[in-house]
Design a protein around this ligand. Structure first.
Ligand SMILES: Nc1nc2c(ncn2[C@@H]2O[C@H](COP(=O)(O)OP(=O)(O)OP(=O)(O)O)[C@@H](O)[C@H]2O)c(=O)[nH]1
Ligand SMILES: [Mg+2]
Length: 191
């Protein structure tokens, strides 16, 4: 696939005109440090477009990226970072909840990113259930698959599938560029 155009629009922490437009929104949600921002960089072939960090809690606003001038990638802060202060954690979780479940904004798709190496945690299951209850169109992205040896990948994915039922799972490595093209096709071509 040709390199998509991708620009950072703005970081928001509440209602914003940018989201009132007709441009469809695709949200990226997941635990802190799972690789949401790395994935956006891999999808757009732009190292450094979304800021990443080895330390959890890097993304603290809702960051909007305009892709091919026709769709927003919405990079959300991570949830479940145990070492953050309770106040900081609550603030981020409220922001995520507001955007996904309380605001007037609709998402064309929600990419729920799971750390394949860790599997689905309690906080992942909680968010996944809420996404389902709210009727979101979910794609489960099992990231960091490079950390699992090939012979163990099928069993790892099956464990996630057991939790998410019929929901589509895409195995991926933002770091090693595995599954990234598959996801991009899914997001831009078939939606
Ligand atoms: N091995 C491996 N590491 C990855 C992969 N994707 C991301 N990482 C690493 O995971 C760490 C976190 O990446 P980020 O993209 O900043 O994660 P995030 O989910 O945006 O984190 P927050 O913004 O803090 O919620 C970085 O050190 C990345 O290099 C992957 O596919 N494989
Ligand atoms: Mg991030």
């Amino acid at each position: 696939m040709s390199t998509p155009s991708a620009t950072f629009v703005k970081g928001i922490v509440g209602p914003d005109d940018a989201l009132d437009s007709d441009i469809p929104q695709i949200a990226f949600i997941g635990r802190s440090n799972v690789g949401k921002s790395s994935l956006i960089n891999a999808l757009t072939h732009k190292e450094g477009l979304a800021r990443t960090s080895a330390f959890p809690g890097r993304t603290t606003e809702i960051n909007l990226f305009l892709i091919n001038k026709k769709v927003y990638f919405v990079d959300l802060p991570g949830y479940g970072y145990a070492k953050a202060s309770q106040k900081a954690r609550m603030r981020l979780e409220q922001l995520i909840h507001w955007y996904l479940f309380e605001s007037p904004y609709q998402q064309r798709k929600v990419v729920h990113i799971i750390d394949a190496y860790v599997g689905m945690t309690k906080s992942d299951i909680k968010i996944f259930s809420l996404l389902r209850q709210h009727g979101k169109r979910i794609i489960i992205l099992a990231n960091k698959i490079d950390k699992i040896k090939e012979s163990a990948r099928a069993a790892t994915l099956q464990k996630i599938q057991d939790v998410v039922g019929s929901c589509q799972i895409i195995p991926c490595s933002a770091k090693k560029n595995i599954g990234v093209g598959v996801l991009m096709n899914e997001l831009l071509m078939r939606s």
